[in-house]
Design a protein around this ligand. Structure first.
Ligand code: PLP
Length: 386
C-alpha cells in the first residue's frame, strides 16, 4: 500500500496543478512541433508560446515583449546579474545585495567578485528585513545595480521591493529582484515595484520544473547568456521548452484570482500557533510581512535533519533550511543572518503549504510534531529536560 504523503515542501517545488497538466499535455503528445518550424505543427507550438507570454506578462503587469522564457529561477538570476554587470562595466563595479539571497544570486555575485566587482551585502534584522537607510547609505557613485529578493525562501519574509525600486530609480541604478518565491503566491506588479529585471520560476507555483522567466523592462537591451539559434528575440537561444512554458502560464492564470490565498494563510497560521505551543520553539521570519504558505521554525536542542527523517516516517515532507542547502551540515546562512546561533539554527524546520493541503493534514502534523520534538530532545545531550 502507498504510504500517506502530506506534502508541505511547496517552496522546494509544487505538484503540477491540474490546469498546468491539462494545458501542457498536447505539447508532449501530438503537438510536438519545434516552434521555429514553418509548418502548422511548428506554428501551433509558436502560438502556444506567445499565448503563454501574454498570460504571464498580464499576471505581473508587464508587456509581452518584456517576458523572456528561461529554464527557471537559477538561469534567470544568473542572466540578470551577469547582464547588469556587463552592461554597466564602464560605469562602475559596485553591486548591492542582501545577505539572505538564494545561492543562485549569491554564487553568481561571488563569481563577479572573483573578476573584480565589489559587492556590498546588506545585513538583515531578526525578521529578515533590510534597512532602507542602510541601502541608501550603501549607494556609491560607482554602484551599477541592486539585487534584492522579493521574498525569502527559508523564512518567508516579504521584502519592501517597491521601496527598494523607488530608491534605485531615484539614484538611476538598475534593480533586479529574485521573485521566485513571490510570483504565484502574492500579487506582483512590476511597474508598481519599479523593477528593471525580475526572475521567477514555474515549478514554484504549479508549473513543471525547467521553465521560468526573466522580466526585462522595455528599453533595456540586456546581452544574451546563451548564444545559438536566436530564439526569444535573439536574447535566449535554445529550442523552447514549449510544454514547460505552457504549464507555467496555465498555473499562473489559475492561481492569480486567489492571491494571496486566504485558505493557505489560515492553515499556515494554525500550524504556526500549534507548533509554537512546543516549548523552546520560535517562529523564524517576519510575523506579519510573510508569504502565505511558509511556516518556519527553530526548535532548541533538536537537529533539523533528524526531525525531517522522523516526519518522513509519517509521510510528512518538510524541509530544514533551503532545499539546496539541506544536503549540507552547515547551518543556513539565512538563519545565521537573522541572528540565530549555529546551535539553534541547526534545529530549523520549514513547512511550505499550498492550496492542495487540508485542515486535516495540519491537524495530523500538529499531532506528530510535538512527540517527534520531545523524542529527539530525550536523545539529545543538550536537552536538560526543562
Ligand atoms: N531563487 C529562490 C528564492 C528560490 O527559492 C529558488 C529555488 O528554490 C531559486 C531562486 C532557483 O529556482 P530554480 O529551482 O527554478 O532554478
Amino acid at each position: 500500500m502507498m504510504k500517506r504523503i502530506v506534502y508541505l515542501d511547496n517552496a522546494a517545488t509544487t505538484k503540477p496543478s491540474e490546469s498546468a497538466r491539462d494545458a501542457m499535455l498536447p505539447y508532449i503528445t501530438n503537438m510536438y512541433g519545434n516552434p521555429s518550424s514553418l509548418y502548422s505543427l511548428g506554428r501551433n507550438a509558436r502560438d502556444a508560446i506567445e499565448c503563454a507570454r501574454n498570460k504571464v506578462a498580464k499576471a505581473i503587469g508587464a508587456l509581452p515583449e518584456e517576458i523572456f522564457f528561461t529554464s527557471g529561477g537559477t538561469e534567470s538570476d544568473n542572466w540578470a546579474i551577469f547582464s547588469a554587470a556587463e552592461m554597466n562595466k564602464d560605469k562602475g563595479r559596485h553591486i548591492i545585495t542582501s545577505v539572505i539571497e538564494h545561492p543562485a544570486v549569491l554564487n553568481a555575485l561571488k563569481h563577479l567578485e572573483k573578476i573584480g566587482y565589489d559587492v556590498t551585502y546588506l545585513g538583515v534584522d531578526g525578521h529578515g528585513q533590510i534597512s532602507l537607510g542602510e541601502l541608501r547609505s550603501a549607494i556609491r557613485s560607482d554602484t551599477i545595480f541592486i539585487t534584492i529578493m522579493a521574498a525569502n525562501n527559508e523564512i518567508g519574509t516579504i521584502l519592501p521591493v517597491s521601496d527598494i525600486g523607488r530608491i534605485s530609480t531615484e539614484n538611476g541604478i538598475l534593480f533586479h529582484t529574485d521573485a521566485v518565491q513571490a510570483v504565484g503566491h502574492i500579487q506582483i506588479d512590476v511597474k508598481e515595484m519599479n523593477v528593471d529585471l525580475m526572475s521567477f520560476s514555474g515549478h514554484k507555483f504549479g508549473g513543471v520544473k525547467g521553465a521560468g522567466a526573466l522580466y526585462v523592462k522595455k528599453g533595456l537591451r540586456i546581452p544574451s547568456l546563451l548564444h545559438g539559434g536566436g530564439q526569444e528575440h535573439g536574447r535566449r537561444s535554445g529550442t523552447e521548452n514549449v510544454a514547460g512554458i505552457v504549464s507555467m502560464a496555465a498555473a499562473l492564470d489559475d492561481v492569480l484570482p486567489r492571491l494571496p490565498s486566504l485558505k493557505v494563510s489560515k492553515m499556515r497560521d494554525r500550524l504556526i500557533e500549534g507548533a509554537l505551543k512546543i516549548p523552546r520553539s520560535r517562529l523564524t521570519g517576519d510575523p506579519i510581512n510573510r508569504l502565505p504558505g511558509i511556516a518556519s521554525f527553530v526548535f532548541e536542542c533538536v537537529e533539523g535533519e533528524s526531525m525531517l527523517l522522523m516526519l518522513d516516517q509519517y509521510g510528512i515532507c518538510a524541509s530544514s533550511g533551503s532545499a539546496c542547502s539541506s544536503g549540507s551540515l552547515d547551518p543556513s546562512h539565512v538563519l545565521l543572518a537573522i541572528g540565530l546561533s549555529h546551535e539553534i539554527a541547526h534545529g530549523s524546520l520549514r513547512f511550505s503549504l499550498s492550496e492542495d493541503n487540508t485542515d486535516e493534514e495540519i491537524d495530523y502534523v500538529l499531532e506528530r510534531l510535538p512527540e517527534i520534538v520531545a523524542k529527539l530532545r530525550r536523545m539529545s545531550p543538550l536537552w536538560n529536560g526543562d
